[in-house]
Design a protein around this ligand. Structure first.
Ligand SMILES: NC(=O)c1ccc[n+]([C@@H]2O[C@H](COP(=O)([O-])OP(=O)(O)OC[C@H]3O[C@@H](n4cnc5c(N)ncnc54)[C@H](OP(=O)(O)O)[C@@H]3O)[C@@H](O)[C@H]2O)c1
Length: 293
């Protein structure tokens, strides 16, 4: 079984595996539908069987019950302590404690390894809670041991600064859209300065949603040089650029291909080349209305 390297988070002594399997995008359920979707459970089971131990879920994906079934079916083989389960809070931001209880129940676990505020874009008046207040609530859940680490997603420097002013426990992770066509050096620098791990989603966008682009030829060349697929080159780039990468697939062969990126590494000059050529194009896919670009 593949051993996935980890990065130590800035609190709780928790270690996050550098590659995670996402339950969003492809597996996201558009409407609250109590009927369980066996395809989602099967995909999560395939990921667990292949060796993924880091699972990225969210209240908003509406599929925590399906992930919960996959987790319980693997529990005889994979001890809870070997899993890294993330979930996120957004729609229920007004009541983090109840939201977490509901998520834990659906996932069938006593705690999650990482609890993230999914995005900073809610209307604070309408929801009756500010970013600072929400963060303090997450700190309370952390104190109770219901979450091993706390963090955010889609936060910018200004949002992180608001948290910094009130935080007893700093955010451990900021999960953001990030790939060669959406680099954010200022935010990364802020993360590095404050010990926040950058977890990235959408790592494959340069080949799935932003072609043609200036990197097409470079990725092809690197695929030949390393004898790896374009998917693997981009996942490996995300890791070698210093991030935790979240990806997903409904196909067993691609799930295995993704995990196999732990078996090679890009040379520094190739990491830099992708970084440099990637800056020639900018392409955001998620939360485009909120980021206004
Ligand atoms: N925090 C947030 O706001 C946020 C937002 C978005 C996503 N996320 C998280 O990040 C996870 C991954 O996001 P993502 O889906 O954008 O990740 P991604 O890794 O960029 O893309 C995965 C998708 O690309 C497809 N794919 C892989 N290789 C391909 C290839 N060579 N050609 C064509 N298609 C290919 C896969 O399809 P197949 O199924 O066919 O393999 C899969 O649907 C989500 O599941 C979620 O957990 C978080």
């Amino acid at each position: 079984m593949t051993t996935v390297p980890t990065i130590k988070l800035n609190h709780g002594g928790v270690e996050i595996p550098v590659i995670g399997y996402g339950l969003g995008t492809a597996h996201f359920k558009r409407a609250d539908n109590p009927t369980l979707d066996p395809a989602i459970t099967a995909a999560a089971q395939t990921a667990l069987n292949a060796g993924f131990t880091h699972l990225d879920g969210a209240e908003a994906y509406r599929n925590e019950p399906e992930l919960g079934i996959a987790l319980s079916s693997s529990s005889s083989r994979i001890p809870r302590s070997s899993l890294f389960i993330t979930t996120k809070l957004y729609g229920s931001i007004s009541s983090p404690s109840q939201a977490l209880s509901a998520s834990l129940k659906k996932l069938g676990v006593d705690y999650v390894d990482l609890y993230l505020i999914h995005a900073p874009f809610w209307d604070e008046k309408e929801k009756g809670i500010t970013i600072e207040e929400a963060w303090r609530e997450l700190e309370g859940l952390y104190d109770k041991g219901l979450v091993k680490a706390i963090g955010v997603s889609n936060f910018g420097v200004e949002d992180l600064e608001r948290i910094k002013k009130v935080a007893r426990v700093p955010p451990a992770v900021n999960q953001i859209e990030y790939h060669p066509y959406l680099q954010n050096p200022e935010l990364k620098e802020y993360h590095n300065k404050h010990g926040i791990v950058t977890a990235v989603y959408g790592p494959l966008i340069p080949i799935t949603k932003a072609t043609p682009g200036p990197l097409d030829g470079v990725i092809e060349e690197l695929s030949k040089k390393y004898n790896k697929s374009a998917t693997q080159i981009l996942l490996r780039w995300a890791i070698d650029d210093g991030n935790v990468v979240i990806t997903t697939s409904s196909k067993e062969w691609r799930i295995k291909e993704a995990l196999a990126v732990t078996e090679f590494k890009l040379d520094d000059e190739d990491v830099e080349r992708v970084r440099t050529v990637g800056k020639e194009k900018r392409h955001r896919v998620f939360w485009t209305k909120e980021f206004k670009e």
